[in-house]
Each structure stands twice: as C-alpha cells, then as structure tokens.
Design a binder for this molecule. Structure first.
Ligand SMILES: Nc1nc2c(ncn2[C@@H]2O[C@H](COP(=O)(O)OP(=O)(O)O)[C@@H](O)[C@H]2O)c(=O)[nH]1
Ligand SMILES: [Mg+2]
Length: 309
C-alpha cells in the first residue's frame, strides 16, 4: 500500500525530474494570446522535446480541434488541451508487469551499455521487495569485470540475494539462477545481462540463447523481457526498441534518465511507432527513483499542470 505522503514525494521527484522538458512548455503559456504564433511555438517545442514528427502532428491537430470545439480563448486552456492530448496518446503505453502470474516470475533485462540496466534492476528489486515479494537477482553480465559487484551493492541496499558465478557464460548463470529461484520459492527472479548494440549480431544471438536456456529451466519463462532505454538517446531509442523487439520479443520497457534530459517527449514518439509498453520510468539515481509508468501523472508533469482539473 502506498501512503499519500510517499505519493506526493514521488510526484515531486517526477516533476523535478521532468523540469528540463517541462520548462520548454510552461514558458510559452504564460501571458499569451491564443493565436497562430502560439501554435507555431508549441509545435516547435514538441519537436524539441523529441516527440518526433508524427506525434507532434497528431498532438497539434488534437490541440487545434479542442481549441476550436471548446472555444478555448486562454493559453491555460491550450495547456490543458495539450495535457489531455498527451495523456490520450500515452495511455496505450501503460502496462503492469503482472508479477503474480508465475512463481518464480522470470524477468530478463536487456539493453545497450550504460542504459541503466543494473541500476534499474536494483531499483526494481527494492520496489518489489518493499511490497512483500521475495526477489532474487542474477548477475548475468559476465562480460564487465565490475558488473557483479555493482549488482551485489544494489542487492545489499534492498536486502535481496544475488546469484553469480565467476567467469561463467551468461546462459549458464541464467539457468542456474532460475533453478535457485525455483528451489527457494522466490516470487521474482531478475536476470541482468551485459550491454550490447543491436548491430552486434553475435551478442544478440547470445541473448537469444539466454532466453532459450531460461525456458529450459522453467518452461514458460522468461515471462518478461524488458528493454532498458535511456531517454537521453532521443530518437535513437526508437531504433533500439525496434531491433531488440525484433530479436527477442519485448514485453515491456524501462525508460531511464528522464531527469537528465529535455527529451521527455520521446514517450509520445514511442506511442506512435514502436508501441512496446512502458512498465517503469527512472527519474534519478536513487533507489526510489523508479516507479510504474502512469500516463496521467506523466502528462501532467510534462506539461506543468499541478492537479487534475
Ligand atoms: N540521472 C539518472 N541516472 C541514471 C538513471 N538510471 C541509471 N542511471 C545512471 O546511468 C549509469 C549507468 O547505469 P548502469 O545501471 O550501470 O547501466 P547498464 O550498463 O545498463 O547496467 C549509472 O551512472 C547510473 O547511476 C536515471 O533514471 N537517472
Ligand atoms: Mg550493467
């Protein structure tokens, strides 16, 4: 159960995380007339926030329609119409992991180097352990020397065990850890993997092997194949999503580093193109800075609207 104070904290963090993207929007709505120059500026801001052309065109059409149909005459009214249009666009991206549908629920986490995989796994472990789940982590990044230690540190922070094997092959680590999770009756096992570019075909083959081997340890696994994408990659994130999805069949995304970027509109672009749902978003480096993606909260925080009028 989430207590209201915690929710407030999170909304504050989400808002401050999205400051860079939001400031582009809020500044244009203050003390403005509703005229063609406002629309032009709004269009430019949407493109700068990395919404991409198709989403920008759709949002502009919706805002213009709302202004016409509801006879909106104030810039604040346009701001609300923008929020509604963004909310509608992002709504199909909402998903929840449904971690109760298997035990253990096996989650495989993939992505390019530095996207925030290991950090997000640490935060996910904390999130689920906090609400009573028994979580196990698997150090499947056997490539980078410090990767195991990094995951260990995150495990200690939330009192979650980490399975690792020195120098082992990632598929073997994944297989062993799923077996451990079964033996321990864990609720959730999250498998970390080494970062890779989708163009490194042999490394993509390695991920397919991890996926296959996990399925041998537990027939219906992996239940979740999660791509971690760095929002600061902007439009390049879309290519990553497509490539990883083609290779592995993604079930969800974690979108990280929304705090460090003015490109929060990238989620709008995702909704227009890749359509892989977003389970969690990251807005900082702390343990609590990862939360389920909520399109309404996100749209409000992005556009700079306080409550939900
Ligand atoms: N600001 C910010 N930094 C993040 C976020 N998620 C991860 N990072 C940072 O990104 C860097 C790379 O993260 P890491 O988890 O090691 O990436 P990996 O290579 O994909 O496992 C680290 O310095 C993290 O602290 C986030 O949501 N916001
Ligand atoms: Mg890592």
């Amino acid at each position: 159960m989430q207590i209201p104070g915690q929710r407030q904290d999170w909304l504050g963090r989400l808002k401050s995380g999205l400051t860079k993207t939001r400031s582009g929007f809020t500044s244009i709505f203050t003390g403005r007339k509703v005229d063609e120059s406002l629309f032009e500026e709004l269009e430019e801001r949407l493109l700068l926030a990395d919404c991409g052309l198709p989403a920008t065109e759709l949002l502009m059409q919706k805002v213009r329609d709302a202004v016409y149909q509801k006879s909106i005459t104030t810039a604040e009214g346009v701001q609300l119409a923008l929020r509604d249009a963004i909310f509608d666009l992002l709504r199909p991206l909402e998903t929840s992991m449904g971690v109760d549908r298997a035990r253990p629920l096996v989650m495989m986490v993939v992505g390019v180097n530095g996207a925030g995989k290991t950090t997000s796994i640490g935060k996910l472990a904390n999130y689920y352990a906090d609400i009573g789940y028994n979580v196990l982590l698997a150090a499947g990044d056997t490539f980078r020397a410090a990767a195991r230690e990094q995951l260990d540190v995150w495990g200690q922070r939330s009192n979650v065990d980490v399975i690792s094997a020195k120098g082992a092959d990632p598929a073997a680590v994944a297989f062993d850890s799923v077996q451990s999770a079964i033996a321990r009756h864990s609720h959730i096992i999250i498998v970390d993997t080494a970062g890779r570019l989708p163009t490194q075909l042999h490394l993509m083959e390695e991920l397919k092997k991890v996926k296959k081997v996990v399925g041998k340890a537990k027939t219906d696994a992996p239940h979740e194949i999660v791509l971690v994408v760095d929002a600061t990659n902007g439009q390049n994130a879309l290519q990553q999503i497509k490539a990883f999805n083609d290779a592995l069949g993604l079930t969800a995304l974690v979108v990280t580093k929304l705090d460090g970027t003015a490109k929060g509109g990238i989620l709008a672009a995702m909704s227009m193109s890749t359509r892989v749902p977003v389970a969690f978003i990251g807005v900082g480096e702390k343990l609590e800075d990862l939360r389920p993606f909520n399109p309404r909260e996100f749209a409000n925080a992005l556009v700079g609207i306080e409550s939900n009028p």
